[in-house]
Design a protein around this ligand. Structure first.
Ligand code: PHE
Length: 360
């Protein structure tokens, strides 16, 4: 079969002479293609007798496989050579800005931003962030906060109740962040200053209410805290948050079972021509509840109210976010609309800090 060996060598030489991937493809078609040389040889064996046909057929099949294998090897070698020369020729300049679409930076939700700002402001005043569970028991959400069973204040809360548990108790979705006051007082010996931001739930849904919303609770317990500290702290917070140094504030007597005395805080605003503007304007807008921690609350947590006292306040995050950032409709907060988030969201790279003011 020397004619075969010669043929094979000639074919391999042509494969080795190929310099590009395109050359390889051309050679492959010439040799193995339907109208190629090996196919012609295959057709030629039809005229041979059975024994010679079998022998030559088998040899041609081996030749075909060898050629196919060699084409593969040569192609891989060419590709490897091309890649190496590309790598040697190309260089990367890491100081160049990537194209804009190469990195889509997400936006912080206004709720997150508002909580971060409040934490930055109150953090400056040495408040520490604490958390509590969204699913609460009756004791923490109500009883320890001086809201006994059958107290009318329970009705004010439109509570979501969960099914009765193994202990015979009905857990609730917390109706406010005040239960975190109780958990903190049970675990941390005073003096203490904490803030508890988080989700709260009330069975209420209309233009100005969503069944889930956010509050920030603040609690201070020290030996000589009085209402003046409460007023000073709330005023400093509001003025820093709204970035209005002379923001008018009004403390209106109110009632909460867990504070005595209690007050609601209004900030000055104007509603001229239907446009709400924060600041001096002769009108008022309620933004939070507050008061001096009721002695019953301290007693329920094993703290001596003769020695310790303090204040607490609780505010609605959506409400102050809407006011500061001009968001008109509460329900849009929870629509998960990316266009809305692109417009009202915040850059994650501008972390709120009191250094140099709040604004990025
Ligand atoms: N927990 C009250 C509410 O949800 C707010 C509040 C907190 C009032 C702390 C006084 C003190 O309405």
């Amino acid at each position: 079969m020397t004619d075969f060996d010669t043929l094979k060598r000639a074919l391999l030489d042509r494969i080795h002479a190929a310099q590009t991937v395109a050359d390889i493809e051309a050679v492959r078609v010439e040799i193995l293609g339907k109208k190629g040389e090996v196919s012609a040889l295959m057709r030629g064996i039809g005229s041979l007798d059975a024994a010679a046909r079998r022998e030559r057929g088998a040899a041609l099949n081996i030749l075909k496989e060898d050629i196919a294998q060699e084409l593969q090897t040569r192609k891989a070698a060419i590709e490897y050579r091309d890649l190496n020369s590309r790598l040697a020729a190309e260089s990367i300049d890491p100081s160049l800005m990537p194209p804009r679409q190469a990195f889509e930076i997400g936006r912080l939700h206004p709720i997150t931003q508002t909580i971060d700002e409040a934490v930055a402001i109150l953090g400056e005043m040495h408040f520490k962030v604490v958390e509590g569970p969204d699913i609460e028991d009756d004791f923490h959400n109500f009883t320890a906060l001086n809201i006994p069973a059958d107290h009318p204040a329970r009705q004010m809360h439109d509570t979501f109740y969960l099914p009765v548990g193994a202990d015979g108790q009905r857990p609730v979705l917390r109706t406010h962040t005040s239960p975190v006051q109780i958990r903190t007082l049970q675990e941390t010996p005073p003096p203490l200053r904490v803030i508890a931001p988080g989700r709260v739930y009330r069975s209420d849904s209309d233009i100005t209410h969503t069944p889930m919303f956010h509050q920030i609770e603040a609690l201070v317990i020290e030996e000589s805290i009085h209402m003046g500290h409460l007023k000073g702290c709330v005023a400093a917070f509001c003025r820093a948050f709204f970035e209005i140094d002379d923001l008018p504030l009004r403390f209106r007597p109110s009632f909460f079972p867990f504070t005595e005395p209690s007050a609601e805080v209004d900030i000055g605003c104007s509603r001229a021509e239907g446009v709400l503007t924060i600041g001096d304007g002769g009108d008022w807008l309620e933004i939070m509840g507050c008061g001096m921690v009721h002695p019953h609350v301290l007693t329920a947590c094993g703290i001596d109210p003769e020695r310790w006292q303090g204040f607490a306040f609780g505010l609605g995050v959506e409400r102050i976010a809407m006011l500061k950032y001009g968001i008109a409709d509460l329900r849009t907060f929870f629509d998960s609309d990316l266009r809305w988030l692109a417009h009202y969201g915040f850059s994650p790279l501008d972390t709120p800090s009191m250094i140099g003011g709040l604004s990025p």
